[in-house]
Design a binder for this molecule. Structure first.
Ligand SMILES: *[C@@H]1O[C@H](CO)[C@@H](O)[C@H](O)[C@H]1NC(C)=O
Ligand SMILES: *[C@@H]1O[C@H](CO)[C@@H](O)[C@H](O)[C@H]1NC(C)=O
Ligand SMILES: *[C@@H]1O[C@H](CO)[C@@H](O)[C@H](O)[C@H]1NC(C)=O
Ligand SMILES: *[C@@H]1O[C@H](CO)[C@@H](O)[C@H](O)[C@H]1NC(C)=O
Length: 824
């Protein structure tokens, strides 16, 4: 007996030992509560569950966070609305399979809702995808879950979590922001799939339509207006629509990739990727916010464009409903048919026609009707038969198009968008169309494109200015600051924060613009080094006095550029307007420009590979911000090593962004020539046709990357074996499998082979001849940070130095297209 007792004691001790020491427990059984301070960890140690306090708060919440990464990042919170004020919280599973949190004196704080009644042996388990599930261990069937946290997302969409609606239970899956970083209770903002009509995504304050941004509808490949780039090596999105459920989700391509999508408390939706190398979250692909992205800025039958000087126009065949309002920039009442559609006409003579337009994001589909199997012909018939049907389109653009989408009555929230794949057929009275053909929508776009190529500067300038004016008006209306939801980045400051400098101060700082202080000659005038009263060293850019811009516009624009804040963009510190003087004050960059290192024999050895790789990343992120994350969608157009400045820590900062648009004066032609593109960096479609797009920046970026890797200038490159330029040389080596030979001799010791090869590969993808083959900057950033396979590049543009001579006659923006096509 004694022996038995000893063995029993030993055994129970051992059991206790095992239970209390195994830190990798990933599940809870009934009667195994966890207290504040204890956690469970998913099997692969990816996620951890326990009590925590967010930010500066002392309150305790039960949540799930990443176990593996160094930055504490919570992805789900149970008791969002009911914090515990002390550390007495206990989390456990009941016999019925309900999860419960109670506090010290047995008060119920939170519980999961249960749908199944007969559970034998419930277990709560934290899975390696971040899902907390409850299942019945008796049946060993984890597929039949009793409950899962993925059904109740908070502010975070982990890969695999669904957003949408379960059509059987009626449950909706959506994101709600936290109130603030210290309080996970439901904030103002919501990110949801609206399942009325054909589903779309919305983000904004649920109660206030004016704050909504509409994303969608889904076209088989992606959401219209939210470019999904198939080249991106990290994730893919899915949209599922069947009898049981409607949802949007995304999945990561590599199991080691750590990614989350978060609706931040201030309303910004961000996709974030964890970068192991630098141990930080990197954001990309924000939901775009610009002057057209708010819901329906131009009213019914209006169309919004960020490219034209005023954002709103009426769809073809429509005219402003109230001309006086429209002319006073109040577009909210939208447009109406020039000739009211005669119902009788519609029913009897059936003489209506459908006018095709493209290059738009489809109207709001909340009141729409759809059928996935109908073709376009059937679609038109159905639309024609119903007099309130105002437009139709294909549902899915894959394989030549399929499905039918019908709109009724007013068309809301149409937006111009550079994508011609999807066509919209708008109902018109036949008489209306024949009369109006000359001013067709497409025609208008054609004209616009032409104008753009001739004096793009003017239009883009106008767009920037317009966005600024609009912003200022809104700020005025809203009483500044707190209620303004139009912010792009957390770093954004109020308007007042951009300082005005007096001319006297600047003259003092630069020793009266002394020639000794001159550090360069920019596109628009000299740049001086200056020292402000407080000792801060700055760069002072003195602009051409003859610029024709009005003072107000200048000021507005300066403020807007000041809003473009990103660590990889040079920061504008202030401005000065005095008489004809227009002066910009920038942060001073200790190390001048990248080209002063790359192409200098002694200084080039100061840049080792890790630094160069860091610079490549930084430039890519800066451009991504300009293209996609900043409000204005800026195309830089003059990216080159000389425009990348380096700060004291060798962080790259893009300079001269946006300024090109400002200087339109006749006098500035020769000077702005440089800004409109620099030999060796401009893309073929831009050089030859004057066609500008974000892909021209991608091209220039590719050239910069190859220059950073090789230490050679693209322009003026020579090689004894052939007459190709740097791009041709890199391509030649790539095809021969000898890319590594491209690497600058001074990098031999420091280079990390895989990173170098990846950079060259990405560089070659960026300089491909056809713009549509080049990746977006989003893909570029993802390609650089991931390890996934990359698509093979096609032949680059401007393969040989000679090919550049064809565009040598480029002399001014005005003569651009003409000169190039007819010069010789
Ligand atoms: C005990 O319960 C009461 C309400 O029943 C609550 O006000 C109090 O804060 C609880 N105390 C603790 C320590 O949770
Ligand atoms: C449980 O259901 C009720 C009623 O449907 C709801 O108000 C409550 O928020 C739900 N609780 C959780 C944790 O989802
Ligand atoms: C969709 O169209 C197909 C083909 O015309 C038809 O057979 C089907 O009934 C339609 N579905 C609905 C829901 O109208
Ligand atoms: C036209 O379609 C709308 C929306 O589906 C419907 O409410 C209406 O009854 C239809 N009218 C006719 C005449 O079929």
């Amino acid at each position: 007996m004694e022996v038995y007792r000893i063995i029993l004691v030993l055994l129970s001790g051992l059991t206790f030992f095992i239970l209390s020491c195994s830190s990798t427990v990933d599940r809870l059984h009934i009667n195994q509560p966890i207290k504040d301070g204890n956690t469970i960890v998913s099997h692969g140690e990816m996620y951890e569950l326990g009590f925590f306090s967010p930010g500066k708060s002392k309150n305790r919440y039960l949540g799930i966070w990443y176990k593996k990464i160094s930055t504490f990042t919570v992805v789900w919170v149970a008791n969002r609305e009911t914090p515990i004020s002390d550390t007495s919280g206990v989390f456990h599973v009941t016999k019925q399979g309900t999860l419960m949190i109670s506090s010290g004196n047995n008060t119920l704080i939170w519980s999961s809702n249960l749908t199944i009644s007969s559970v034998i042996n419930p277990v709560a388990q934290l899975l390696d995808n971040g899902n907390l599930v409850v299942w019945d261990e008796l049946y060993r069937n984890k597929e039949k879950l009793i409950w899962q946290s993925f059904d109740y997302p908070g502010n975070t969409l982990l890969p695999g979590v669904k957003l949408g609606k379960d059509l059987i239970s009626g449950r909706e899956w959506f994101l709600t922001s936290w109130k603030n970083p210290n309080d996970p209770s439901k904030g103002l903002h919501k990110f949801w799939v609206d399942t009325n009509g054909y589903p779309q995504i919305f983000v904004g304050e649920a109660q206030d339509v004016q704050t909504w941004i509409r994303i969608g509808p889904w076209n088989g490949i992606g959401f219209q207006g939210l470019p999904v780039d198939n080249m991106n090596p990290i994730f893919y999105v899915e949209f599922v629509l069947n009898e049981k459920e409607i949802y949007y989700t995304y999945k990561v391509k590599s199991p080691t990739s750590i990614q989350r999508f978060i609706l931040v408390w201030d309303g910004i939706a961000r996709r974030l990727q964890w970068i192991k190398r630098t141990q930080e979250w990197v954001g990309y692909g924000n939901v775009l916010v610009d002057s057209c992205s708010r819901y329906g800025p131009c009213g019914p039958f209006g169309s919004c464009s960020i490219k034209s000087s005023l954002p709103c126009s009426c769809l073809e065949g429509f005219e402003p409903k109230v001309h006086e309002e429209w002319n006073a920039w109040d577009w909210s009442n939208g447009c109406q048919r020039k000739k009211a559609l005669d119902n009788l006409d519609c029913r009897t003579s059936n003489s209506d026609v459908f006018h095709k337009i493209s290059g738009v994001i489809f109207p709001d589909t909340r009141g729409s009707w759809y059928n996935k199997s109908m073709n376009l012909g059937e679609c038109e018939v159905v639309c024609r038969m119903n007099c309130s049907c105002s437009a139709f389109a294909h549902l899915d653009i894959r394989n030549g198009g399929s499905g039918c989408l019908l709109w009724f009555d007013e068309l809301m929230d149409v937006r111009e968008y550079d994508d011609d794949h999807q066509e919209l057929y708008i109902r018109m009275a036949a008489s209306e169309l024949s009369g109006k053909g000359k001013f067709g929508f497409n025609k208008k776009k054609g004209e616009l494109a032409m104008v753009l190529s001739v004096s793009s500067v003017a239009l883009l300038l106008a767009a920037v200015v317009y966005a600024c004016i609009k912003r200022m008006r809104r700020l005025h209306k809203m009483g500044r600051g707190s209620k303004d939801k139009d912010h792009m980045s957390v770093h954004m400051e109020n308007l007042d924060e951009l300082p005005f400098f007096s001319l006297i101060k600047i003259a003092e700082a630069t020793n009266n613009f002394n020639i000794d202080n001159k550090i360069g000659e920019g596109g628009f005038g000299p740049v001086y080094k200056g020292v402000l009263e407080n000792g801060r060293v700055v760069a002072v850019k003195r602009l051409s006095e003859t610029s024709q811009q009005g003072l107000d516009e200048f000021q507005n624009e300066v403020i807007c550029i000041a809003k473009l804040q990103h660590r990889n963009l040079v920061k504008l510190l202030g401005y000065c307007i005095h008489g004809n003087e227009r002066i910009l004050i920038y942060e001073y960059m200790d190390h001048k420009s990248l080209d002063s290192f790359l192409f200098d024999e002694t200084r080039s050895s100061m840049l080792d590979w890790p630094q160069r790789f860091h610079i490549i990343h930084g430039i890519a992120r800066g451009i991504l911000y300009l293209h996609q994350d900043s409000r204005l969608q800026i195309i830089h157009r003059d990216l080159k090593a000389g425009n990348i400045l380096l700060d004291s820590e060798m962080n790259p900062k893009i300079s001269d962004f946006g300024l090109a648009r400002k200087f339109v004066g006749q006098d500035a032609i020769t000077k702005t020539k440089k800004v409109l593109g620099t030999h060796g960096y401009i893309s073929p479609e831009y050089a030859v046709h004057g066609r500008i797009s974000i892909k021209s920046d991608v091209f220039s970026f590719g050239v910069v990357v190859l220059e950073i890797v090789s230490g050679k200038k693209n322009r003026g490159f020579s090689h004894e074996g052939h007459s190709d330029n740097l791009l041709g040389h890199a391509w030649r080596l790539y095809k021969e499998g000898k890319s590594i030979e491209l690497v600058s001799a001074c990098l031999r010791d420091s280079c990390v082979m895989s990173e170098v090869l990846r950079s060259i590969h990405v560089g070659l993808l960026c300089v491909q001849h056809h713009a549509e083959d080049r990746p977006t900057m989003l893909s570029v950033v993802l390609m650089l940070i991931s390890e996934g396979a990359l698509p093979p590049p096609k032949q680059p543009a401007f393969f040989t130095e000679d090919s550049y001579h064809e565009v040598d006659n480029v002399s001014s923006p005005m003569e651009y297209t003409i000169t190039l096509l007819h010069a010789r």
